[in-house]
Ligand binder design. Structure first.
Ligand code: PEP
Length: 249
């Protein structure tokens, strides 16, 4: 059985007071509704410790970014090892904002995935195509290449990897992929995982959709058989909308 996951990527938003309030509100929603699937939030790193100290065990906490070395002269960076020691359980790798704005290349992403797994963290690996790539009809090829990056991971390591399909043209734009578009990509991703690894990995890897997911469209997206949840940006910043998305799965 693969995990159903709803994850909120808060990006560089909220002050510490707002972050604590939102975290408590989401925890209360999860507890009150006996939510059975996993709910995760990725706050700005500097808030992770304060949120962990709130002991809201219904929600897991992840980091949006980290360095792949465990320690050393990397001014301004934090490592997967340090995050794990803090109590963090997940990391995001490959988000399009990191690929484009911070020039993270495949080799960096693979190093980060390996460092996270070696340190006992679970990974949401993000992939997605640009609008140009979609319009040029090469979106399967592009996502296929991005998933190929995982091919050196062991079957055991893949147990701690989820993949989020996030079409770049849908992130923060209000323009969601239609359920049929998202569904065909998730079907493709599962087949791709089978061809790289095996049927067991393909069946057990959680595949999430991300890109302007909202209370209005979440139900239709999550109804697709190969979509196991969502990575939510803007709509995760309000307990009400995130709660509705949590309930939509
Ligand atoms: C994201 O950045 O991962 C994301 C999905 O953002 P949004 O939901 O705002 O499009």
């Amino acid at each position: 059985m693969r995990k159903k996951i709803i994850a909120g990527n808060w990006k560089m938003n909220l002050n510490v007071h707002e972050a604590k309030i939102l975290f408590k509100e989401i925890s209360d929603i999860v507890a009150k509704n006996n939510v059975a699937h996993e709910v995760l939030v990725f706050p700005p790193s500097i808030y992770i410790e304060s949120l962990l100290k709130m002991n809201q065990s219904t929600i897991e906490i992840g980091a949006q970014n980290f360095h792949y070395q465990n320690k050393g002269a990397f001014t301004g960076e934090v490592s997967a090892m340090q995050l794990k020691q803090l109590g963090c359980e997940w990391v995001l790798v490959g988000h399009s904002e990191r690929r484009t704005m911070f020039h993270e290349r495949d080799a960096d992403l693979l190093n980060k995935i390996k460092a996270a797994l070696e340190n006992g963290l679970e990974v949401i690996y993000c992939c997605g195509e640009t609008l140009n790539e979609r319009e040029a009809g090469i979106y399967f090829e592009k996502i296929g290449e991005q998933i190929e990056l995982l091919k050196t991971l062991s079957l055991n390591e893949m147990k701690n990897v989820a993949i989020a399909y996030e079409p770049i043209w849908a992130i923060g734009t209000g323009k969601t992929a239609r359920p049929t578009e998202a569904a065909e990509m998730h079907d493709f991703m599962r087949t791709k995982l089978e061809s790289i690894f095996n049927l067991e990995v393909a069946d057990s890897t959680s595949l999430l959709y991300g890109g302007s997911c909202s209370p209005q469209n979440a139900k239709d997206l999550f109804a697709c058989s190969n979509i196991d949840g969502g990575l939510i940006g803007g709509a995760s910043l309000k307990a009400e909308s995130f709660g509705e998305i949590i309930a939509a799965i």
